[in-house]
Ligand binder design. Structure first.
Ligand code: FCB
Length: 433
């Protein structure tokens, strides 16, 4: 497989999933609380995770050894401000400062995500993403991190996956804070974008020219050709795929979704659309799977239910559908982002990998990566300004509600000993350069 010379090949992680909150002086986040209340398998949590806070040098060496050009990591907000509001803490900033320098020293471009879900509990206690104050505190936090790291970052993303922050966490209840409430979800659907807007403006004021956001998209297929099923798929597509990108690029929400959410939106939301739609320097797409949708017969928004599809699946039951990656890159470029540079900021699959004879044979994952990289490069050949691709993830890690049961790593982690064992998929990337 031929990778263009100027195409960035990277690997991604997120703070709460790898660092270990036991290490360093980190404040509590709503993920700690959600896990403690039973929101995750077996109440597993990020206390230790991959102990990356202690093993970061070894982990940077692994990235270099894999011949990656770039590393996408996230900053834990409660390491910088334990309660989300106080003056920035030297210990937290120092950790990321040395991480960035360590990446650069190894010839690896550092790409920083500011919010990958670890909201300080003190802000969650005041309403979290239902409260617009959280968006304002977020902008302050963005400035603090940029002040310290900004001169050495290749890019900065405000928010990772607003759909997960809002819908998955406030309507479906699968992620912290675990709500199942349309009114809460509607507020979060807007406020997380408002936080992005205020954060991006704060970063712009500091002179940054590399500001982006990371959206996740899931291909929505109707179960049958029936009008009701096609409608259910279109509504899913609207909530998941259109809501965020239309607001960010057109300054408006899709009307078929807005008509259901509008009664619950925060007061004054219309006046904030310009802040949300300010110019960006790049956009990231996280893509994993497609899903099948049928009308649920309730006549109640969002009308649909998902069904099990026929394609090969990951250990999480997610269908493997590389065509969807090419589809979304071309759709983003054609309908929304034009000449804006795009990155695939996450893509990968879960398996229940086991170490045997000192290695991990994850041939199915190698196939997944090969096919998705090919799909991404096909979109690039078709004219999409795609600048790079980040594999999810460097390490097996804390997979949110699934705890440690699902493994996405290119590198296997033995959680008893913290031993890292590169898998065949790691060798696949290593050999691409
Ligand atoms: C994405 C998240 C990432 C990881 C993968 C599997 O939604 O951004 O943290 O959990 O899914």
């Amino acid at each position: 497989m031929k990778i263009p010379q100027d195409f960035v090949l990277g690997v991604a992680t997120a703070a709460y999933q790898i660092e270990g909150t036991r290490f360093g002086d980190v404040g509590p986040s709503h993920w700690d609380s959600f896990a403690a209340q039973g929101g995750t398998i077996g109440r597993q949590n990020g206390d230790v995770a991959c102990a990356h806070y202690e093993k970061w040098l070894e982990d940077l060496d692994l990235i270099a050894h894999g011949n990656f050009d770039a590393y996408r990591f996230s900053v834990a907000w409660p390491r910088i401000q334990r309660d989300g509001r106080e003056a920035p803490r030297a210990e937290g900033l120092d950790f990321y400062d040395q991480l960035v320098d360590g990446a650069l020293a190894r010839g690896i471009e550092p790409h920083c995500t500011l919010y990958h879900w670890d909201l300080p509990q003190a802000l969650a206690d005041k309403g979290g993403w239902e409260n617009q104050d959280t968006a304002k505190y977020f902008a302050d936090y963005c400035a603090h991190v940029s002040d310290r790291l900004g001169d050495r970052l290749a890019s900065v993303a405000t928010v990772n996956e607003p759909w997960c922050v809002a819908w998955l966490s406030h309507f479906l209840g699968h992620h912290a804070p675990g709500k199942r409430d349309l009114s809460a979800a509607a507020k979060a659907m807007h406020n997380i974008l408002y936080a992005h807007g205020l954060g991006a403006a704060a970063l712009r004021d500091l002179g940054r020219k590399d500001i982006g956001i990371v959206l996740n998209m899931e291909y929505a297929a109707p179960a049958t050709d029936r009008e009701a099923d096609r409608h259910a798929a279109a509504i899913f597509d609207g909530i998941y795929n259109r809501w965020f990108i239309e607001a960010l690029t057109k300054g408006a929400y899709p009307s078929d979704i807005l008509e259901h959410l509008e009664p619950h939106m925060p007061v004054g939301w219309q006046d904030q659309m310009q802040t949300i739609a300010q110019p960006l320097d790049w956009m990231g797409l996280n893509y994993y799977t497609r899903s099948i949708h049928a009308d649920d017969g309730t006549g109640i928004f969002p009308f649909g239910q998902t069904q099990i599809g026929p394609l090969p699946k990951t250990s999480m039951g997610w269908e493997v559908y590389p065509e969807g990656l090419q589809y979304f890159l071309e759709r983003m470029h054609r309908d929304y982002t034009g000449n804006l540079p795009l990155y695939v900021t996450e893509n990968g699959m879960a398996l229940h990998d086991k170490v045997a004879d000192g290695g991990v044979d994850d041939a199915q994952r190698v196939g997944y990566f090969r096919d998705h990289l090919a799909a991404a490069l096909a979109a690039r050949d078709a004219g999409v300004p795609l600048k790079g691709y980040f594999a999810w993830s460097l390490l097996d890690n804390f997979e949110w509600a699934f705890g440690y049961s699902e493994r996405f790593g290119l590198v296997h982690v033995d959680y008893d000993t913290q031993t890292r064992t590169p898998k065949e998929s790691f060798r696949f990337f290593q050999n691409l350069r």
